[in-house]
Design a protein around this ligand. Structure first.
Ligand SMILES: Nc1ncnc2c1ncn2[C@@H]1O[C@H](COP(=O)(O)OP(=O)(O)OP(=O)(O)O)[C@@H](O)[C@H]1O
Ligand SMILES: [Mg+2]
Length: 241
């Protein structure tokens, strides 16, 4: 009789060129009658250095999936491997450490700390992570997004587009393998949003990062290497498939 052995965990042993590997990822919140199945079995593999658009109707689970892939939230089930780290097996403290250098996040609301200057908003997270020369790195990142002359400005002294540039500089400062952007132009007018997208792609190319961007804009999606569409917590269409 042939003995069955447990299959090795795919999430623990992904190929080095894979940035994101998800297998049968589920997310359910609430109990009993209040239970909501938000993600219902996501399988996904994204190669390093690629740009990927995540599309889908409101409520389809885009932000939830991004929260799991970026280590902000834990999946209810399945396997998640992010740049070689088995996120699915980690507790919240371990995730916080593993995110460093792997994950940069840009959100619709810029989430800058109002009591800190642009320079401090970028430098302080680096400093807390124990990075040497956090203020030098932060100044370089802010120059790279065109804000070299705004280092001492507070968020209220910056336009929406400038605030999003600071958020991009902050996301890039730890040289993440993957940039996650959730509707990064949602709070900006069309022309400013266009500049922010161009900047995001420029920074992605300059650092060879992987970019996963949630958008409702089909034109933006077309600029990406790959388009993934979610519906009701499942991948409905994947241009790479
Ligand atoms: N904390 C929560 N408790 C219960 N349900 C939640 C919670 N967070 C999100 N949901 C539900 O999960 C589903 C997916 O939400 P999610 O925010 O991921 O959608 P989305 O695709 O990003 O939508 P949008 O385009 O509007 O941003 C929605 O039906 C939402 O109501
Ligand atoms: Mg969302």
């Amino acid at each position: 009789m042939i003995q069955k052995t447990a299959a090795p965990s795919d999430a623990a042993t992904v190929e080095p060129h894979i940035a994101i590997a998800a297998r049968n990822v589920t997310l359910s919140l609430g109990e009993g009658d209040a239970r909501v199945d938000i993600l219902r079995g996501i399988d996904l593999s994204i190669t390093k250095g690629k740009t990927v658009a995540l599309l889908g109707p409101s409520g389809s689970g885009k932000s939830s999936l991004m929260a799991i892939l970026s280590g902000l939230e834990r999946a209810s089930g399945g396997e998640v491997n992010i740049a070689g780290a088995d996120f699915g097996a980690m507790n919240e403290d371990q995730l916080a450490v593993a995110r460093r250098g792997r994950v940069g996040i840009v959100l619709q609301a810029f989430h800058l700390l109002p009591t800190m200057t642009a320079l401090e908003n970028v430098a302080v997270p680096l400093e807390l992570d124990g990075q040497p020369d956090p203020f030098d790195i932060a100044a370089k990142e802010l120059k790279a997004v065109g804000l070299g002359d705004r280092l001492g400005h507070y968020p209220t002294q910056l336009s929406g587009g400038e605030q999003q540039r600071v958020a991009i500089a902050r996301a890039m400062a730890s040289r993440p393998t993957i940039i996650f952007a959730d509707e990064p132009t949602g709070n900006l007018d069309g022309a400013t949003g266009e500049k922010i997208i161009t900047l995001l792609f420029d920074r992605q190319k300059a650092t060879a990062a992987t970019l996963l961007i949630i958008t409702h804009d089909p034109e933006l999606a077309k600029r990406c290497d790959r388009i993934i569409e979610l519906r009701d917590g499942l991948i409905e269409r994947d241009s790479a498939a």
